[in-house]
Design a protein around this ligand. Structure first.
Ligand code: SF4
Ligand code: SF4
Length: 448
């Protein structure tokens, strides 16, 4: 393979030493292959190039200028879900997530990235990162669902597979000024926490935010939602748009540190993971490196925070078989898999039925399901078969992307049941016990 002249392509910065740690990271892979059976894209394709080991080899070969970063090569990296199951099982401690993010950042910055990838970056930067435009998009998605177009499209043979993964929205938008009305501490005061409201969450999952605030209040927390906050930057970081990710991170650090809270609570696993990695993102920023460490130290996934408490025991019963899907960015990047199960086990009547491969990616992975529809559908179909085998009527998880994707799976496979966040079940159990709540919008509301 012809060598390209030095400093003419991707990874120039890497070679120049500004990302030197990546070389050390790459050298830690001993090519043992233990990660392969845990990689969703490898299990579907059986191809080495779609495995963690194969992708690490490609990154190394590009960095060493032994191969070109052609669209085909870059395509293998792009098909990675960044689920980090490989990282969780690797005996050599290869920091796969950090490597893949660095590689993508270099490829995107180089400007020879495939058009679809660049368009994705543009959409994430110009829409998802901007609350006003995000609200407008949410309005369109709400209309799409309310008009019945989704119902029709999902029944048209040609369109069915093409639209089933498209997000749609129902229910009212969560507003930060609702927090005060929802958060009435009802046990001994445990502290003051800030809620990350996020980009899509307030529009698509207002009900999860409401449940989160009520459950935190029930457990003695004063909850605030700092008004200056923006999207956590997870999607931008995964897509390789490091400048936008860094700008969002700096903005959030200022907003949350200013709030002077005991913890920053996040109910989206992808977002809590991204915020805990702000120190990595801003390590070379002299003004923000220390602040990023401070903020990351405050961030708690909501399941993590609640499981650490002596939880106020819910006395309402939920008589249901529930299966739990581990969000990749909770189980693999944060190592949190017991906490959500302990919370579910605390609910009287609830029977937790484990599915096979609960920690294998469902195929959602942020905007992956829109970019790689067929792989995403293959993974979703496998996941729904494993869920159906449990006989559970409720699927619990802890990430909005997983909820949207698994709901699409229920519709696609004509399965009964519902998908909820773990905190929604806790909230339901508290409410069934006749706890006093105020909720202007909750679907469980009986007193508004
Ligand atoms: S990433 Fe880890 S588990 Fe996978 S081949 Fe390399 S050393 Fe082995
Ligand atoms: S992050 Fe997930 S999809 Fe990507 S190589 Fe690792 S296990 Fe496979």
């Amino acid at each position: 393979m012809a060598r390209r002249p030095a400093s003419s392509g991707p990874f120039d910065k890497l070679r120049a030493g500004s990302l030197a740690p990546i070389e050390v990271d790459l050298s830690r892979c001993v090519r043992c292959g233990l990660c392969l059976p845990h990689c969703p894209t490898y299990t579907v394709t059986g191809l080495e190039t779609e495995s963690p080991r194969g992708r690490l080899y490609l990154i190394k070969a590009i960095a060493e200028q032994r191969i070109e970063a052609t669209p085909t090569t870059v395509g293998h990296l792009d098909l990675c879900l960044q689920c980090r199951n490989c990282e969780a099982v690797c005996p050599s401690g290869v920091p796969y997530g950090r490597l893949m993010k660095s590689a993508r950042a270099e490829i995107l910055a180089n400007g020879r990235t495939p058009l679809a990838w660049r368009l994705r970056a543009l959409f994430l930067r110009e829409v998802i990162a901007r609350p006003g435009r995000m609200a407008a998009l949410a309005g369109l998605l709400r209309l799409y669902r309310a008009s019945g177009l989704r119902w029709l499209a999902e029944r048209a043979p040609y369109l069915r597979d093409r639209v089933v993964l498209a997000p749609s929205i129902s229910g009212p938008t969560f507003r930060p000024d609702q927090v005060g009305a929802l958060a009435q501490p009802q046990s001994k005061a445990r502290g003051r926490v800030a809620l990350l409201t996020g980009c899509i969450m307030p529009h698509a999952f207002g009900r999860v935010h409401e449940a989160t605030v009520r459950v935190l209040a029930r457990n003695g927390f004063e909850v605030v939602a700092p008004p200056g906050q923006l999207c956590c930057s997870a999607l931008h970081s995964h897509n390789g748009d490091r400048p936008t990710a860094r700008a969002l991170a700096r903005h959030n650090i200022d907003a949350f540190l200013e709030a002077e809270v005991d913890a920053v609570v996040v109910n989206s696993a992808g977002c809590s993971s991204a915020m805990k990695e702000y120190p990595q993102l801003l390590a070379d920023d002299p003004d923000y490196a220390e602040k990023a460490e401070r903020l990351a130290g405050l961030v708690k996934d909501v399941t993590e925070l609640l499981a650490e408490l002596p939880l106020e025991p819910p006395s309402g019963r939920i008589e249901a078989d529930v299966t739990y899907q581990d969000p990749c960015h909770l189980a693999h990047t944060q190592g949190i898999s017991r906490a959500p199960r302990e919370l579910l086990a605390a609910i009287p009547g609830l029977r937790l039925v484990e599915m096979e491969h609960a920690d294998r990616c469902c195929g959602s992975a942020g905007v992956y399901s829109l970019a790689h529809r067929q792989m995403s559908l293959d993974l979703l179909d496998g996941k729904m078969r494993e869920i159906a085998a449990t006989g559970a009527s409720v699927i619990a998880t802890a990430n909005p992307g997983c909820i949207v994707h698994l709901e699409a799976g229920l519709r696609r496979h004509h399965l009964p049941g519902r998908v909820v966040h773990v905190v929604e079940l806790l909230d339901e159990a508290y409410r069934q016990a006749g706890e006093a709540y105020r909720s202007p919008h909750s679907p469980y509301n009986t007193d508004a």
